[in-house]
Design a protein around this ligand. Structure first.
Ligand code: ARG
Length: 379
């Protein structure tokens, strides 16, 4: 450790990467059906979604690709850490709910976030993921013990009782969904504080939070209340054409100061683009993914837009899935050195390169990339 650099230090999505946690598929299970999630076999409506542990073959294939990412990051001088083993096949019983098994530790991004020198463990929004912070606790203690400047916060755990959810959400016909999309009503009510870490995106002083199926307005309010006194500005963003929004990193992906990779099928709500344009940020649409939604892995619950879930090693180096040639070309054209790794077997675990990682330390300090900003703090 350098004398003046905090062990935990990451202010944005692109500064030069020093230490990163990469997920693991060990002991992964299928996500269970629960009020916050209705997993379905792709293109086989009515076919029951598998339950319990994933096959050894599926786990090995994903782990091979995760290990490939680890090797690439190490070759770039990044220290890589991995989650501790966890038995995801164990059922959970709390005073408020029961669920037959847990999920996996492939996507640390969903649970853990570094905001400067602070680690925040998200509340999570689904029962099977209630204890997903556990595989990372050993690391958190290590960082927290290593440097007194490291802050550690666990967000309040919601009950995840039946009443926290709006289960009819899953049965709304498309027309009704279209109507309700402007009210941003999803499967979670506003009664408790709910957020997944992956609904946030960090741009120095400014943090974006997507209102979604996995983050509600109470969750965003908690984040504002927590982060504003620490000097952050928290901006709620919406992508009204995404009927099943969850996690911002396949929709709106900052690549370097002044540049965001955007999803051409999920524009920002009108008006929300202003803060970017007024501060000379450029929004560049990602090309169509190589796979169509129908071609995505059978058990994958995410969309084809996992294509744009890229991982920045620095403001000039980015890692892309190896098959996504059109995106690679776009990024090269924008001046990036593009690294590629195969990652399609990781898709069925809900994420790609950005989801499967959690950055603990990048060089750099907190910058203001939005000097011309109209911002009203909570209090
Ligand atoms: N909901 C996104 C989509 O299907 C997938 C987000 C994955 N991100 C993550 N951090 N797990 O487009």
């Amino acid at each position: 450790m350098q004398n003046d650099s905090v062990v935990v230090n990451s202010w944005n999505e692109w500064d030069p990467l020093e230490e990163m946690v990469v997920g693991s598929a060990d002991n992964a299970c299928f996500e269970p059906t629960e009020p916050g999630s209705r997993p379905a076999v792709r293109d086989s409506p009515g076919m029951p979604f598998p339950t319990g542990p994933k096959s050894k073959e599926a786990i090995d294939l994903a782990n091979e690709e995760l290990d490939g990412l680890v090797r690439l990051l190490q070759s770039q001088g990044v220290t890589v850490r991995r989650p501790a083993p966890h038995d995801f096949s164990r059922p959970l019983t709390t005073p408020d709910f029961e669920v037959e098994n847990q999920y996996c530790s492939v996507c640390p991004r969903d649970v853990m976030i570094t905001l400067g020198n602070e680690i925040v463990e998200a509340t999570m929004s689904r029962r099977a993921r209630y204890f997903e912070y556990q595989p990372y606790r050993k690391l958190v203690y290590e960082y927290w013990n290593a440097d007194p400047r490291v802050r550690w916060t666990t967000a309040p755990k919601p009950s995840m009782a039946d009443g926290m959810y709006r289960e009819e959400f899953w049965d709304w016909p498309l027309e009704q969904r279209h109507e309700r999309m402007h009210a941003f009503e999803f499967c979670v009510t506003q009664d408790e504080v709910v957020f997944d870490a992956a609904d946030m995106s960090r741009l120095g002083r400014d943090v974006l939070v997507q209102e979604s199926m996995t983050t509600n307005r109470a969750g965003i309010r908690w984040l504002k209340q927590h982060l504003e006194p620490r000097g952050f500005r928290v901006h709620t963003v919406h992508f009204p054409l995404d009927f099943f929004p969850s996690h911002i990193d396949c929709t709106f992906v900052p690549l370097r100061p002044g540049l965001i990779l955007t999803n051409p099928e999920r524009p920002l709500r009108e008006g929300e683009e202003k803060m970017f344009l007024a501060n000379d940020w450029e929004l560049v649409d990602a090309p169509q993914p190589v796979l169509t939604n129908d071609e995505m892995p059978q058990y994958c619950q995410s969309s084809k837009w996992l294509s744009m879930n890229v991982l920045s090693i620095s403001p000039t180096k980015v890692v892309c899935e190896e098959n996504e040639k059109p995106l690679q070309d776009l990024l090269s054209g924008l001046g990036f050195e593009v690294f590629t790794v195969p990652f399609r077997h990781v898709f069925e675990y809900g994420g790609s390169l950005h989801c499967a990682t959690w950055d603990v330390r990048r060089t750099g300090t907190r910058e203001d990339y939005f000097p011309r900003l109209d911002y009203t703090p909570l209090v």
